[in-house]
Write a protein that binds this ligand. Structure first.
Ligand code: NAD
Ligand code: MG
Length: 388
């Protein structure tokens, strides 16, 4: 039986992962499930799948979790330390689906076991790409991308030589505001930014899709995971979200990965890899779909993409600066402290302020990434305060 853990099991990716696990529950022994404040769902998942331990990120939720698990064999635990402990419990496969920089340490702990890490948490590669890859290599761990675009690229590269790759194109739906006039964007509300035209996802990535910060993170993720030069990586707006990525080779051929916008495909691919197994996703009818459309992303509308290019060029810890500032700016937008367009302005201000060589070129370790993340949030907070 394969031992598996799911970090962030109560989120959108986590629930989709457990949907696939449920369909063949006899094949898996569930070690750890972790969540946040939704302890009712966490407890229900842990009881259903007979997990060894259920962990909430919040200590003040522990009593409630204990109560819900009373009388069962499932252990209850809480806090960041408990998530770290859960990540050290031996597994064969784990899903990294916590949102934000908090997803990095448990993923590193899984790779240190030499296990397979299915990585939905793109922030791990953005903040600490070289550390994640080096940890996998040093301990014989396997890192599989779960972000739909990166899973698509990975699949297009099966049997190919990366040195024959000329370019990688990752597509973007364009998010909630792709058809809005530029002058209206400043007034975009939280409710408007929280509706994705094609994908059902957590609120944070949905808003990041509207601002194209999600695509910005994914450009960096592509560079880090595949080791491709930034100028060979393109983002392309494709409103139908059916082509997830295209890989262009030196003979001019393009391999496109096409499928419905359902994360269970990328999750299932990583769950069953290196096999392919039947998955419960819709089969596309091209005659019915009729046409696919494309347009270049408008960088005036989406400064996040330009900032991602600066981060890719700078390397080092600039990804941790970018992500930390973005997370704090996003909190600010969600809390109503700043407007939609202020998010990119705040991130740009922080990147400019924290661009010293000594900071960017420090060693990438869990400690330096955490310290940089903290500094970026403090600077973003200051930039937000200056605006309100
Ligand atoms: P979500 O908000 O739906 O779920 C996040 C999960 O992380 C929840 O279980 C939550 O309790 C937990 N969590 C949140 N903050 C935490 C913290 N500080 N410490 C510990 N646990 C915490 O998010 P999601 O949409 O499932 O996305 C998860 C990750 O996958 C993100 O990194 C996102 O960018 C990436 N991703 C998501 C999708 C998607 O379709 N949802 C697609 C590609 C990549
Ligand atoms: Mg994606």
């Amino acid at each position: 039986m394969r031992r598996i853990s799911v970090f962030g099991s109560t989120g959108s990716i986590g629930c989709n992962t457990l949907d696939l696990v449920d369909r063949a529950a006899g094949e898996y022994r569930v070690v750890a499930l972790t969540g946040g404040r939704n302890v009712a769902l966490l407890a229900e998942q842990a009881l259903r799948l007979r997990a060894e331990v259920a962990v909430t990120a919040h200590e003040d939720c522990l009593d409630e979790l204990r109560g819900l698990l009373a009388g069962s064999d499932v252990e209850a635990a809480a806090g960041t330390g408990a998530i770290a402990e859960a990540a050290r419990r031996p597994v064969d496969w784990a899903m990294s689906a916590i949102v934000g920089a908090a997803g990095l340490p448990p993923g590193i702990a899984v790779l240190e076991q030499g296990a397979t890490l299915a990585l939905a948490n793109k922030e791990s590669l953005v903040t600490a790409g070289p550390l994640v890859l080096a940890t996998a290599k040093a301990h014989g761990g396997t890192l599989l991308p779960v972000d739909s675009e990166h899973s698509a690229v990975f699949q297009a590269l099966v049997g190919e030589d990366i040195s024959a790759v000329e370019r990688i194109i990752i597509t973007a739906s364009g998010g909630a505001f792709r058809d809005w006039p530029l002058e209206k964007l400043a007034g975009a509300t939280l409710a408007e930014a929280s509706c994705h035209p094609n994908w059902a996802m957590g609120q944070r990535i949905t808003i990041d899709s509207a601002s194209l910060f999600n695509k910005a993170l994914e450009l960096i993720e592509t560079k880090e995971y595949f080791g491709i030069a930034p100028e060979r990586i393109e983002a392309l707006v494709h409103p139908e979200s059916m082509i997830h990525a295209m890989v262009g080779f030196n003979d001019g051929a393009l391999m496109a990965h096409v499928g419905p916008p359902d994360m269970r495909h990328a999750i299932g691919f990583a769950l069953h890899w290196p096999e392919r197994r039947a998955l419960p996703v819709e089969r596309l009818d091209f005659a019915k779909l009729g046409q696919f459309t494309f347009r270049a992303p408008d960088e005036a509308r989406y400064p996040a993409l330009r900032l991602a290019r600066e981060v890719m060029a700078a390397g080092g810890l600039s990804g941790a600066v970018f992500n930390g500032a973005k997370e704090r700016a996003l909190d600010g937008f969600i809390a109503g402290e700043i407007g939609f367009l202020d998010m990119a302005a705040v991130v740009e201000e922080v990147l400019t302020k924290l661009s010293a060589d000594s900071l960017i070129n420090a060693d990438i370790s869990l400690d330096t990434v955490a310290a940089t993340d903290h500094l970026a949030r403090v600077e973003a907070e200051r930039a937000i305060r200056a605006r309100v």
